[in-house]
Structures are given as structure tokens and as C-alpha cells.
Write a protein of this length. Sequence first.
Length: 248
Amino acid sequence: MEPLPKRLKKEPLIDAVFEVRFPGEFRAGSLLPGMLFAGLDGDKKSEALPFSQIPQAMRDADANLRYAPLNRIDWGKYFVNVGDRSVSVSFKYPYPGWGSFKPAIINVMEVLKGANVIKSIERYSVKYIDLIPSTDLREQVSFVNLDVTLAGHKLEGEAFQIRLEIPKDGFIHAVQVATSATVTLHNGESREGLIVDVDTIAKQDGVTFDDFLSGFGDKLDRIHRANKEVFFDCLKPKTIEALEPEYE
């Protein structure tokens, strides 16, 4: 197995999210925010999100809304989003590193365990979104390990967006790559370039919440490494070198 960089000096990461989804047997969107708010240490504040204004029946009927976050807890370096069927943890830019993000995820899951409300889960996932800066389309295309020919035309310097689900090592990696992306970060900074979005999903239909949390730290490390491997597989060696990798 090829060694993976421990970190990149020119960090392209703009967002990272851990999410767990569970059956909608109860209204978690109304119960869990208060429990999490009381159980998490440190300064925090809570706010309702726009999806909470959509009637419950409409959210239940629309597959795109069933897992939508309804409430957000602003917790130190992190955000904790809560819906009727999901809880997610994300960071505030800049990324604090896996050594900090992982304990925050474990902390949130331990509070949920103590709440004794979630009985089983459907899936958990880790999603990382990276933006490699560039304003030149041809350069953006050259960053990725991608070879596309459509209708006899080879992709070289044109804008594109592609999504692919890759099964590997027991996970499903939903990979999206898009050129000409412009994002505004939490600190107000704007960036333009190539987006590489890797969402690594572990299906867990029917697994009890207690069983899910057994050996949870190791599970997090495995899914994190699997996500990281796919991300670097998406990049050409010269792209990785330009990001100034550091190895242990």
C-alpha cells in the first residue's frame, strides 16, 4: 500500500462532514437538539434551519428532504446539524485536522448514546470536499486522474461536472469532480478552481446503535483512510506534489 500524505502544506480542504442516518421512528428533530445542547461541553448556541419551516408531512413525502437538517448547534470549532433522521458534525474553516475532528465526532455520538433515543442506524458516512485553486480550465482538467472521450471528443479544456459511485473496500464512494467552481468559505474568503468531492458511505441497515458504537474509533479511522485513498487516487502525481505533501 502506497503511503498517504499526513498533511498538505497547501491545504485544499474546504469542508468535511461526518453523518449518521437512522429510521424516522421518532421526531429526532424536536428531541435531540436539546439533548445534544445539554450534553456537549463548552460554549454553544442553537438555531433553527430553513428546512424546519417545511411541514413535516412534506418532508416525509420527499426523499430529498427526509434527511435534511432542521436545527444547528454552533459548538466551538464545529457545527452539529440535527434532522428527523440524521445527525452530522462539520467543522468551521480552517480544518483542525483528523486528530481534532475524530474526537469531536466521538463526543457527539457518546451524547447520542446517553440520550438512548436512536435504536438502529441505516448508514454512516464521511464526506470531504476539496478545492484546488486555478482560474484556467485546461489546468483544472490536468489536475485529475481522468480520461474522458465523448462523441469522439476528448475532454481537455472544457468545463465539466462528473459523478461516479465507486464500490471499494466495503464502502461506496460517491465521487464528484467539477471545474469552474466558486465557493465562499465561513470566513468570507472566496476561492475558484476544481472541486473534488468524495462522500464515503458505509451501509448499516438494521445495525443497532450500540453495535454501531462498538469499536467506533477504529471504524472512523477506516472510513477516513478509505476516503483519503480515493481522494489521492483522483489526483495526478504532479498535482499532489504541487500541494506540498508531508509524510511521516
